[in-house]
Write a protein that binds this ligand. Sequence first.
Ligand code: XMP
Length: 319
Amino acid sequence: DWTMATYKEQAIEAIRAQVGDAKVICGLSGGVDSSVAAVLIHEAIGDQLTCVFVDTGLMREGEADEVVTLFRDHYNIPLIHADEADRFIDALEGVSDPEVKRKTIGRLFIEVFEARAAEVGDAKFLAQGTLYPDVIESVSFTGGPSVTIKSHHNVGGLPERMHLKLVEPLRELFKDEVRALGRELGLPETFVGRHPFPGPGLAIRCPGEITREKLAILRKADAVYLDQIRRHGLYDEIWQAFAVLLPVRTVGVMGDGRTYDYVCALRAVTSVDGMTADYYPFSHAFLSETATRIVGEVKGVNRITYDITSKPPGTIEWE
Ligand code: XMP
């Protein structure tokens, strides 16, 4: 792709001009955006870059291992694996408001990055994989007055409180362009084609107060759901799919016993850029097979619903 090849060269020049010989740390989330940002910056400045993967304890099953393996072993990019699960989950105790959750997580990310930046020996810049839609949606919503829909933790509220300057080489790009850039940079297709995953992670897929128990249940249900989607060859047709664990228990029956367990909602949408989205029209056969598997395989869930809301009026995430 000629256009992306040119864009890549210009972006590399811009990064070099911005950071000079300073050290940069880059937050990796496991998502496409931060991975592409990291590899691009690595091409620009080599080992002036150190990546920090903050394991918030809010990741999907297997996520942490995949990220660490790709960057440390495949790319040989210096990587700090910060296991901060307790810090995040303890701070979220008793928090049920979505914006308070998002802001709490954003604040902890800054704290962790600043602490790790000091370890790296005087990093001056923090790199992030912020995209154009993140920038717009944190500020306003298409067609409306200036209302904050959601504070994306990688955009809102960072600068004044932070000593690090931001490097955001993807700030003008949409998701499909980031994927094209990722391919241009030689990232494996399994990474480039990944569904988006939000910085606040599973915390915003557990409406209400999160607990370690709920997160564990959600992680399992989500893994079964994604396994179903892959088995049926649907992963690449879908923009994003995930499970949400509702803060509601309902009565069920299993064998000859009563159950009283959580409701799990399934979400899947198609989209071009995440700004608008349509719910994915799964077949009834797929939905019932998936419901049977999740209730059968995941202790703590006894009822499944499928979210048929598009965006707008819904958002993709539930919080
Ligand atoms: P919504 O829920 O606003 O999501 O329709 C649009 C897209 O953005 C992702 N998302 C986030 N990504 N940090 C991120 O990096 C965030 O705080 C965040 N919140 C939502 C969401 O997964 C979807 O792809």
